[in-house]
Design a protein. Structure first.
Length: 248
């Protein structure tokens, strides 16, 4: 369990003694943490630890089994691009435009202007008429971020945005996310890539063995804590286990 909620400021989202899971089965219990407005917050944990369940609860897709989850403001969600069918038959522009489906108060001119703005900001305007399935991994991820941004969210929620990207793709995606954060967007990112988390996230939540522990980057990214989480010594520069090299 993390420290009690103490700040009087309105957070982007707060979990208050929540149990999350499906049906009557809890995946995580007694979850208490808050993401402050303006933070870059990462959620980290081994595969199967409950990251996806926590994310679905945060987004309001499933309710907590107990306790409270209190979101504030609008959230924009960019899913894992691998979850989309390779036969997805839409252009990049159409994918982003899908984010406006529920924006019924916008007239066509305002919707078109907002669409052009996010395509340009995310660096995919020149590829807006390309089929989404034909884009590179990094380009696909930027299109999905544009789709989340077109709703003008207060908080951007990213699910494994750099997974399986090459070095250039990872750089371009995280440069975009960093710029958005610097402009005032709260960022919540699920990632298993520790080298990305260590570079960009100021606050981190670790999930392991049905529990969650959250804190600032310096508190959470200690060799002892990482070894406890993964069971091996971790090199933060690569996000991979340290390897003992034989003496030459």
């Amino acid at each position: 369990m993390t420290k009690p909620l103490t700040s009087d400021a309105t957070p982007a989202v707060a979990f208050e003694g929540a149990s999350v899971g499906y049906g009557r089965t809890a995946v995580l219990t007694d979850v208490t943490f808050r993401v402050e407005t303006g933070q870059f917050f990462a959620i980290v944990g081994p595969n199967g630890s409950g990251k996806t369940t926590l994310l679905r609860t945060l987004l309001g897709v499933i309710p907590p089994l107990s306790g409270r989850v209190v979101p504030n403001g609008r959230m924009g969600y960019a899913p894992q691009r691998q979850a989309l069918d390779d036969l997805f038959p839409f252009t990049s522009r159409e994918v982003v435009a899908h984010g406006l489906i529920n924006e019924r108060s916008l007239d066509s001119n305002a919707a078109a202007a907002r669409l052009e703005d996010v395509l340009d900001r995310c660096g995919v305007a020149e590829r807006s008429e390309y089929a989404f399935r034909d884009l590179s991994g990094g380009q696909k991820q930027r299109v999905l971020i544009a789709r989340a941004l077109v709703t003008r969210p207060d908080t951007l929620v990213l699910d494994e945005p750099t997974n399986d990207l090459d070095v250039r793709g990872e750089h371009d995606v995280m440069k975009l996310v960093e710029e958005l954060h610097h402009r005032g967007t709260t960022v919540i990112m699920v990632s298993h890539q520790l080298h990305v988390v260590a570079r960009f996230a100021g606050h981190i939540a670790f999930i392991n063995d049905g529990a969650l522990l959250a804190g600032d980057r310096d508190t959470m990214l200690t060799p002892q804590r990482l070894e406890s989480l993964y069971g091996v010594s971790i090199n933060l520069g690569t996000g991979r286990p340290n390897v003992d090299r034989p003496a030459s």
